[in-house]
Design a protein around this ligand. Structure first.
Ligand code: NAD
Ligand code: UDP
Ligand code: UDP
Length: 329
């Protein structure tokens, strides 16, 4: 019997996670529409997909309504690194809140299932460790991270209210620090910063003591969990933690990057940014039970793959336009 391809909208599809998601959905036989305003994403991330007749790209800002006919929506549009989301904080809140309203309105009209890429930042500087989905968080509502944290919290509220009030089929995931190839080379996140500094032989910038912790998930594992969750029954709405529970201090991360790159870079201390969470580790019991999922790529392996990507980018200038410019300086 002839079966239509599933039509999937990925907002933020030209970004780091979005581009891998588009790639995986196309490989599964979906028709993918990528909507992105290229604030932090790049055409380079999706250039290899443009020849696929089932891949469509729309330059679009999610704060503006969007009328397309789709079956599923992955709402990833939002800058994710502190430097980028603090660059224009009002726009960051608008992207999360107006973007959620528009995409939920679209889901309501088309009866599409919609997944929200929420974040571990909804737990703020957590007083409970590791973080379980039941924890309500510890967020400063007026600090420099609030545009992101509170925007994402409000988006979660909207998702659950559209679900309760309008019967929209929702899925909310809370993503913990995820890294890999195609991260924006100048977005200031810790993994890309440390790798680029180590490869260039420049000092590695530890903010504060370096004793704060994070748990780092390799991109392939995250995308796998995200797609599995979208495919679960409609009664499973989340929120669902997705991340790698391996917890490291930022100093340990720096030491691992130095070792794996063979770099002679030294560690230097810089001031800790305001409201920087002291510790973060996901409790992924719920995802494990529901999805039969757990991360497969451990830190050393994931870092090795990511280092190979940035090494190629910086030495050959192929790939991300910003990396090319960085390499030319
Ligand atoms: P990214 O910055 O690479 O991707 C975000 C994409 O959204 C970019 O392509 C950007 O151009 C686009 N975008 C931003 N504002 C937009 C707007 N108003 N309209 C349309 N497009 C817009 O970041 P990422 O790491 O790929 O993150 C993707 C999503 O996952 C984000 O929602 C982020 O909050 C969430 N997330 C990521 C992580 C992580 O560690 N990578 C952790 C928690 C949550
Ligand atoms: N919307 C959209 N695409 C659609 C349907 C709705 O972008 O296909 C937007 C619409 O412009 C509205 C928002 O989603 O601003 C919320 O829609 P909803 O139906 O919930 O609200 P209403 O239109 O009643 O304000
Ligand atoms: N960090 C650091 N040096 C850097 C960039 C980040 O020590 O060059 C620290 C940062 O202060 C934070 C951790 O690394 O404690 C993770 O930072 P990132 O911006 O990657 O993510 P988030 O703070 O949003 O988890």
């Amino acid at each position: 019997m002839f079966r239509e391809k599933t039509r999937v909208l990925v907002t933020g599809g030209a970004g780091f996670l979005g581009s891998f998601l588009c790639e995986r959905l196309l490989a599964q036989g979906c028709h993918v529409i990528c909507a992105d305003n290229y604030f932090t994403g790049s055409r380079d991330n999706i250039a290899h997909l443009l020849d696929n007749p089932y891949f469509e790209v729309i330059r679009h800002d999610v704060t503006i309504p969007l009328y397309v006919e789709v079956d599923r929506i992955f709402n990833l549009a939002c800058p994710a690194s502190p430097i980028h989301y603090q660059f224009d904080p009002v726009q960051t809140t608008k992207t999360s809140v107006h973007g959620a309203i528009n995409m939920l309105g679209l889901a309501k009209r088309t009866k599409a299932r919609i997944l929200q890429a929420s974040t571990s930042e909804v737990y703020g500087d957590p007083a409970v460790h590791p973080q379980r989905e039941e924890y309500w968080g510890n967020v400063n509502p007026i600090g420099p991270r609030a545009c992101y944290d509170e925007g994402k919290r409000c988006a979660e509220t909207l998702f659950f209210d559209y679900h309760r009030q309008h019967g929209v089929a929702i899925k909310v995931i809370r993503i913990f620090n995820t890294y890999g190839p195609r991260m924006h080379p100048r977005d200031g996140r810790v993994v890309s910063n440390f790798i680029i500094q180590a490869l260039a032989g420049e000092p590695i910038t530890l903010y504060g003591s370096g004793e704060q912790t994070r748990s780092f998930c390799y991109v392939d594992d995250l995308i796998d969990g995200m797609i599995r969750f979208m495919d679960t029954g409609e009664e499973h709405v989340g929120p669902l933690n997705l991340g790698n529970p391996g917890e490291f201090t930022i100093r340990e991360l720096a030491e691992a990057v130095i070792r794996l790159t063979g770099s002679k870079s030294k560690l230097v201390h810089e001031p800790l940014p305001a409201d920087d969470p002291k510790q973060r580790r996901p409790d992924i019991t719920r995802a494990g039970e529901l999805l039969d999922w757990q991360p497969a790529v451990q830190l050393e392996e994931g870092l090795t793959r990511t280092i190979a990507y940035f090494d190629r980018l910086l030495s050959t200038g192929t790939g991300h336009a910003d990396a090319r410019r960085a390499a030319e300086r």
